[in-house]
Design a binder for this molecule. Sequence first.
Ligand SMILES: NC(=O)c1ccc[n+]([C@@H]2O[C@H](COP(=O)([O-])OP(=O)(O)OC[C@H]3O[C@@H](n4cnc5c(N)ncnc54)[C@H](O)[C@@H]3O)[C@@H](O)[C@H]2O)c1
Length: 255
Amino acid sequence: MAEKRFEGKLAVVTGGGAGIGRAISKRLALEGARVAIFERDIISAAAVIEEIEAASSQASWIEVDVSSEASVQSAFDSLDRVDVLINNAGIASVGNVETTTGEEMDRVYNVNVKGVFHCTKAAIPRLKKSGKGAILNMASIASYLGISDRFAYSMTKGAVYAMTLSVAKDYIEYGIRCNCICPARVHTPFIDSYLEKHYSNRKEEMFKELESHQPIGRMGNPEEIAGLAAFLCSEEAAFVTGSAYHIDGGVTNLR
Ligand SMILES: NC(=O)c1ccc[n+]([C@@H]2O[C@H](COP(=O)([O-])OP(=O)(O)OC[C@H]3O[C@@H](n4cnc5c(N)ncnc54)[C@H](O)[C@@H]3O)[C@@H](O)[C@H]2O)c1
């Protein structure tokens, strides 16, 4: 296990109550960060805080809907500093261009794109003060690969990739680094609720199919994503900015 790379730092993790965000919150706390979880699901957020505190690390949660600029701004206003921002909160959407409604486009856009915009905008003045700020966005292989039946979702993840480049370029002179991670399937509640909603009568069969999509033969696990996230936000990655990291069991280059 890595050393305490985040001692004295405050890390904001959006959607830290479940899945990848939960694993990142726990990993950063274990490495010495004070973690602030911005979550709309306060029950799951409180459970993660209990887990972190049981390991003698510091964390707090704030009820936030990242799609609301006012909610995000008031959450940031309550913090004394920000050194790391993990834009992780995101929602899924299934459908092609014909089956996707305008309302669905707005729903996914408001969380996956506007959410990143709101948090980044509110964090930047604080990250500038930090002097060595780091932003990590949760993109996806859908940011740059054609994935069937993911029209609205792919639109948002392409935007996350583009926002990563834009922010990395504009704030390099302030010592702020901005990168994104592009995972293939990771086994989280995101996947379980997708299977429940769309394949409730053949979940096991579909789970195996989702696993076989990765050439490595399985899905990723949230802790593997958290390990990469911690590296990218640490000083060990001081030379890394404007990058998109594949963590995908070979999907991008080996299929
Ligand atoms: N799981 C995967 O296979 C996978 C693959 C590629 C990218 N991603 C991306 O990784 C991120 C995390 O995915 P996950 O699988 O851990 O998801 P998840 O559904 O398991 O957890 C997401 C968390 O975000 C929170 N959240 C959702 N909308 C919010 C909002 N408006 N405001 C505040 N919190 C909100 C949820 O309450 C939940 O706790 C997402 O951006 C997702 O698109 C996931």
